[in-house]
Ligand binder design. Structure first.
Ligand code: F6P
Length: 547
């Protein structure tokens, strides 16, 4: 890590130490303009970070950190198609998937813009054919159900987006099967009619054990019911490995490609988004892409101190490295974002769960935090107790829309949206304000408790306060806004990775377990443990096989 970066980190640590006893509530009391000073917006997207323990000086240091780490130069390199994924020698260009521009962008001798446009057009024609009923099943039935078989980036993005855009869903029903546990496929297919089901096999590599196993079983299900010839009508595939798809027997006009410069966890914008497009239609899918592109333009051009992904990344660094908080919770007060936390777990933890820098040295400080969450208000009745009164502060990211989708139709639902907003604001306010021992005791006395009881109970009713949170607010969760939100989080991961000087675009950490699983499968099937196994693995194997 460069001396300049180390100096800024030292200054940040000193800033935090000097303000260790400071209450964020006091910062609000001292500055009526705090909300305006510590929030930023892009179009109707608002990022409020005023409830974090930051001052103007802290913010200045964090921006210095971004500059010292070369975030702007690294950002330019990514958009230009430089091979910033150094361990795989690849460009990182998911931004090109949502860029409608026509000026050629030549990467490794190939104009990626032309390639992207061609695949998008082919997907659109196919999606329209399925939606309209022009493309039918083998027996002539229209397709009523689409089953996407994929895992990780070939699953989480499309699932998350399909649920997020359910108010726009007017195509066939969408189902997602990912787990190698056959129960996932079995439980999904048992409700469906093979004659009206389309199976999409989605795998960047077309080698992933889970996906290949589920695809083979789904193929068997179709062939058993309709015969071998029906495979042509009931399968499509999305992959970068076109020759492997051909070997599986899927017709070339139903294969939608993407490229090695699209990471799996960044691929929802590519043909991996096909099930989403079939569900919500081409126009809505293109609005989703437009939202991502708009956020890209903001990320590329807005000054660092007003740049939403840069700010979100810097706040992440402040919490992870300077404050030492090991996790962050993402709590969407938006039921349609129910799978956002799971999606962000892969995006963030697979990208920034790294222990060495780009040049292979051990990273000098902590990298990616544990990301977790559930929608509000459900989380309030489950784990919020720990967020409010546990011993380790957990930074929270709240997401909330000004409007829901159903409120125009139902007056009762409008009131429910008001309740949702009230709960969201109440939680961040309570986390920030807290309650002192004196306040707790006074409340108990005011409620008629005697002095001794008030003294005894009051400590249990103390909230330390100054628990950090940011709130991301938007008008309504439409396709354009979903695109902006996902791109916001992608670029936040980029900013943090750039500051840590790690490669956010490889995932060697998932390899070892995959290799061992492949070695162990014959052992599970034969019941004979190889000698290389630990006594734990051998003992467990013997126990399970004996059953
Ligand atoms: O297990 C990790 C991973 O390689 C992810 O990065 C990827 O999204 C997922 O597996 C699925 O890979 P594929 O799309 O090649 O089947």
């Amino acid at each position: 890590m460069s001396a300049a970066i180390e100096d800024v980190f030292k200054a940040l640590a000193a800033d935090r130490a000097a303000r260790a006893q400071e209450k964020v509530a006091d910062l609000f009391a001292a500055d009526p303009g705090r909300f305006a000073a510590f929030s930023a917006s892009f179009e109707d997207l608002l990022l409020d970070f005023s409830k974090c323990s930051l001052t103007e000086a802290t913010l200045g240091l964090l921006v210095d950190l971004a500059k010292a780490a070369g975030v702007e130069e690294k950002r330019a390199a990514m958009f230009e198609g430089v091979h910033i994924n150094v361990t795989e020698d690849r460009a990182v260009l998911h931004t090109a998937l949502r860029d409608p521009g026509t000026t050629p962008l030549v990467v490794d001798g190939q104009d990626v813009r032309a390639d992207v446009a061609a695949v998008l057009d082919a997907m659109s024609a196919f999606a329209e054919g399925i939606r309209s009923g022009a493309l039918k099943g083998w027996t002539g039935k229209p397709i009523t159900d689409v089953v996407n078989i994929g895992i990780g980036g070939s699953d989480l993005g499309p699932v998350m987006a399909t649920i997020a855009l359910s108010p726009y869903h007017d195509g066939p029903r969408a189902h997602y099967v990912s787990n190698v546990d056959g129960a996932h496929l079995y439980d999904t297919l048992k409700e469906l009619d093979p004659a009206s089901t389309l199976i999409i096999v989605a795998s960047k590599t077309f080698t992933t054990q889970e996906t290949m196993a589920n695809a083979a079983s789904a193929r068997h299900w179709i062939v058993e019911a309709l015969g071998e010839a029906a495979v042509a009508n009931h399968f499509a595939a999305v992959s970068t490995a076109l020759e492997k798809v051909a070997a599986f027997g899927i017709a070339p006009d139903r294969v939608f490609g993407f490229w090695d410069w699209v990471g799996g966890r960044y691929s929802v914008w590519s043909a991996i988004g096909l099930p989403v497009m079939i569900a919500v239609g081409e126009a809505n899918f293109r609005r989703f892409l437009a939202g991502g592109h708009a956020l890209d333009a903001h990320f590329s051009t807005a000054p660092l101190e007003k740049n939403l992904p840069v700010l979100l990344g810097l706040i992440g660094i402040w919490h992870r490295d300077v404050s030492g908080y090991a996790t962050r919770a993402v709590i969407p007060y938006d039921q349609h974002l129910a799978r956002l936390p799971a999606y962000l777990q892969q995006l963030d933890m697979e990208s920034n769960g790294k222990h060495v820098t780009l040049d292979g040295q051990l990273v000098a400080r902590d990298t990616g935090p544990v990301v977790w969450g559930e929608p509000g208000t459900n989380g309030q009745h489950a784990f919020f107790q720990l967020i409010h009164q546990g011993t380790s502060p957990i930074p929270v990211e709240f997401l909330i829309a000004a409007h829901g989708h159903s409120e125009e139709e139902e007056p009762g639902l409008k009131r429910q949206h008001a309740m949702l907003i009230a709960n969201c604001l109440a939680q961040s306010e309570a986390l920030m304000r807290g309650r002192t021992l004196e306040e707790a005791k006074a409340q108990l006395l005011a409620a008629g408790r005697d002095e001794a009881t008030a003294e005894r109970i009051a400590p249990h009713r103390v909230f330390t306060g100054s628990r950090p949170s940011v709130t991301i607010a938007y008008d309504k969760l439409d396709p354009y806004t979903l695109g902006r939100l996902i791109a916001l989080y992608e670029h936040r991961v980029f900013v943090e990775g750039a500051i840590w000087n790690i490669n956010s675009f490889d995932q060697w950490g998932v390899e070892l377990g995959k290799e061992l699983a492949n070695t162990l499968l014959p052992a599970v099937e034969s019941g004979v443990a190889p000698e290389s196994l630990s006594s734990s693995a051998a003992g467990l194997l013997a126990h399970l096989v004996a059953k």
